[in-house]
Design a protein around this ligand. Sequence first.
Ligand code: FES
Length: 496
Amino acid sequence: MEERKIRCPKGADVKEFLRENSLLFFDCGGRGTCGKCRGRVLKGDAGKLTKEEETLLTEKEKAENVRLFCQIRAVTDLELSVEREKPVFVSEYPEQKGSCGCQEKRLGLALDMGTTTLAGLLVDLETGRALAEKTVWNPQGCYGADIISRMQYCLQPGGTERMQEKLIEGLRELLGCLTGQAEEIARITAAGNSAMTHFLLGRKTDTLAYAPFQPEFFDSQNVDAEKLGFPVPKGTELLTLPLLQGQIGGDITGALLSVDIFEKGEGTLLFDLGTNGEIAFYWKGKIYVCSTAAGPALEGAGISCGMRAQAGAIESVWLTGGNIFTKVIGNRKAEGICGSALIDAVSVLLDLGKIHPDGYLEGDRFFLSGTEESGGVFLTQEDIRQYQLVKAAIRAGMEAVVHAADAEQKDISGIYIAGAFGNSLRKRNAVRTGLLPDLSVEITAVGNASLKGAALVLVSENARKYVKKIQDSAVLVPLAEAEEFKEAYIREMGFP
Ligand code: FES
């Protein structure tokens, strides 16, 4: 975290002012429900506490002039103390030696446009060698942690253009981290969910936000990256990965390409677990896909002490000799808990009998670290309910795709988990809490498979054909109509 003092002029719309300058994320879109936009008013009159602030702020915070910055008004000039996550965080992947020796090379850039983060891979187009990989926060987080808040913002005049600008701002930042020689970029490929792909191209998302979730286009789009605002030569091709359905975007196309779904064989199941859990099941020449509204808990949002996987977040929880241990990113005082550790914590509390099979949590809250007085990290009954909703949605989605393919659970031959989240997932705990089925098949984390897919399309003509085959083989399983989904959802709410 970095702390900055910000002056906000009298009469300014504080939320818009902070958004314009990418100074703070507004996880709930500024509705006053998440409590994540806390900061201190150092000087000036920021108006009366709203009822949302009365509810979410503690007495101690109120006494210290802590406010929710989405709720305050600049009655006079304000001086604010903003704690912001560093815009660029260290790549999770080691940068390869020689990444700076890109002079005179034809470079390619593969992009994965996630809702929370933007990842980029710089590739030498002559050799196909990966040169560097970086990840930055998606600055669109200023408009809400979830994609729906952002699509809602797009409904207002200029909203679509603003959302595109914010995304391009983040991608330019990412490119700047990868290379100082953007003029050497000859080609760009971009994978993202349907909304992110629309945001990139400045296309309307009105019909994507509601059933039946119709995108403006499905196929790969080929545009001039320079015209979009990338600092690359005029005419540089930017190719998006095709969408499989309105809710199943190019990120899943990329992931299916990178795991080589047709080669892996029938019965292969792919999960991409984020705010939406996308699930794909390959069976008899078809890929059955669905998107299930998992909610943001696995991304550290919507949980009392939830946070993204960054310094200060509890990243793992385990039990030794009946005692709970935690590991915090950056070896510092725990400030919150990230998604993968939430799974660990639920698993540990199940093992201790603190959580009952129906999800009841003994006691008002359970401290994983510290105490009430020391501002410790805890889970509440509501947090456990949120987790139950997530895992029920994912398991029910899995059952729905398998059923739609006219197959059975025993036909699942292998499970692949895409996304950085998969790398930190403890499989034992995922199975213990019922997030994943207890099958005797291999569960493999495949990292950022969407980015790898985009990189394959960048360097291989064959990959472009393969992508078309994936697109043609995809069958959408509409969960709203699937009886098995509804039944399984209720059944899977409990813990094994
Ligand atoms: S409470 Fe302010 S952004 Fe959610």
